[in-house]
Design a binder for this molecule. Sequence first.
Ligand code: AMP
Length: 634
Amino acid sequence: MIRIATLADTRAVEAEMPLERRWTARSLHEQLAETAGRFPDRPAISFQLKSGPGDRALTLTWAEFKAEVTRLANLLRRLGVGPGDSVAYVLPNGLEAPAALLAGATAGVVTPVNPLLSPDAMAGILREVGAKVVISLCPFPKSDVANTVAAALAEAPGVDYLLEVDLGRYLAPPLGWVARFLGKRPAHRHAAKVLDLRREMARERSDALDFAETFDDRFCARFHTGGTTGLPKIAQHRARGILYNGWCGSFYMFTEADVLMCPLPMFHVLGAYPILMSCLTSGAQLVMVTPQGYRGEGVFDSFWKLIERWKVSFLITVPTAAARLMRVKVNADVSTLRLAISGSAAMPVELFNRFEAATGVRVLEGYGMTEATCLVSINPPFGERKIGSVGLPFAYTDLRILRCDGAGRVTKVCGVDESGEICVRGPGVNTDVYADPEKNRGMLTEDGFLRTGDLGRLDADGYLWITGRAKDLIIRGGHNIDPAQIEEALMRHPDVTFVGAIGQPDAHSGEVPAVYVELAPGASATPEELLRFASDHVAEHAAVPKHLEVLPELPKTAIGKIFKPELRRRAIARVYGEALAAAGRPETVVEVAEDRRLGLVAVLAPGPGGPDDAGVAAVLDSFLTPWRWQGAEH
Ligand code: AMP
């Protein structure tokens, strides 16, 4: 660990030696072997299925974890997974997900899949990556994963094997022995051969890989994005970029004495790379609680007691979880806790202050993304923390604020405090960002900077400030409105917990701002009151929302980001429904669907007289969002 405090320190680290000399491992398995060699008996990963501070937990030491990963990698190779073949895992948190990540990347190319996806979306990902083996759960009480995976496999005939994990091992006997028989049997048939993961692993050697690894820095992982701006895309990662995340974590802050509590899923880069790989490099202990992490039953209520139980030194959070957490009184000895690290979405300054005041825990905010193999920047743990900024670039990562034309050519390199698109070049940025070459067009500038689609500025000290997302801009009559200015203004209202601003279709201006709000529990602000507050606090007149709605809960992704496509769907359905009704038309909006080519499309049910194209066109064709008749996509 080194005490980096400023951009000058960062540059000095880079000048000292090239990145290639910073670590020796050439693959994830080599890094695991190295750490297991240094700290064989120290705890590596702990997991408890239930959230109580006294509930049963299992811990693997680094030597045991290495043995598990080695066995699983050998098994995958026996099942025919070669260096170019895909293995997917559809697993909630547990000891198996990290093992599957490392073993999959060692034997082949690993793809973690969100277990909450629909069977169709899951099947689409399995087909796109060409998965040969899937690792998932066997039936288990209160879990629908086995059924969803079976339905997905029915639509992904290329999968040869399904390796099943029995979560019963995390329960005390006799319940642990019988739990799998209490789960719902999948209703779908598929052709993949079903094998028991533990039984098959027991047949493999654990002391060494059965095969020689190739050290050509091939793509060894493919992660699907959260799809917050459209359908999920599949980004691909090399060992170098993945190991870089681990190096950053251990170089900047973690040692083997640390304990990281990560209630985030292992199918998103934040949990998988900065957290798991940092433990893998530093020897720190990773603690996971419940298969669903923050979403697990009772997790928030026992949270501080869990920190005490595991003597956690770093807490990994996201803004939505922090907002929920600050409402739980600190009722335990949390003196081991050094910092909370937040990423994945902007932590509003208000939330920052409220969280720190309520919990007494300092928050460091960082920035990363799936397309860059995650880590980009962080507020330096030993330097000035600028609240609202995502900090300094990690060593060996370059940041530029650029303006590009429609064809992706750089038209301007922005100066200090000048806003533009955040562009990143570094060890995790690959030329082929996505697995689908079609999607890579225009992703990189000529000199290899990844265009993030995020907007921001660099201040005089080199700190990055994210001001919005190019892809989320509201375009009102050709005028660009950053939704962040609306969201930040409303966050200042004491009753407001979350805000999502989007552009809703408008016949005159193309889009106008609409905003959705989630209130704090027990709060009672009305939409009228909040709209008044918005018009008093949103600086720019054009950005004052035209519509404001309070929802019991805003739609969020598995990593806790506000899921704006869902808000856009709601807005389109409402605006089109109102426009049709105002024109006296009998048609209704049945849903707003996502079309691969067109994006969001309003789907209409015809009136009793049948489809009337001209009648609907007269009302809806002045809006930009396309529409179609129900059933017309087939
Ligand atoms: P993902 O690939 O799911 O990790 O999403 C990456 C995106 O999340 C980035 O491009 C940003 O839009 C957003 N993001 C990540 N971290 C932050 C942060 N600290 N503040 C604001 N936005 C963030």
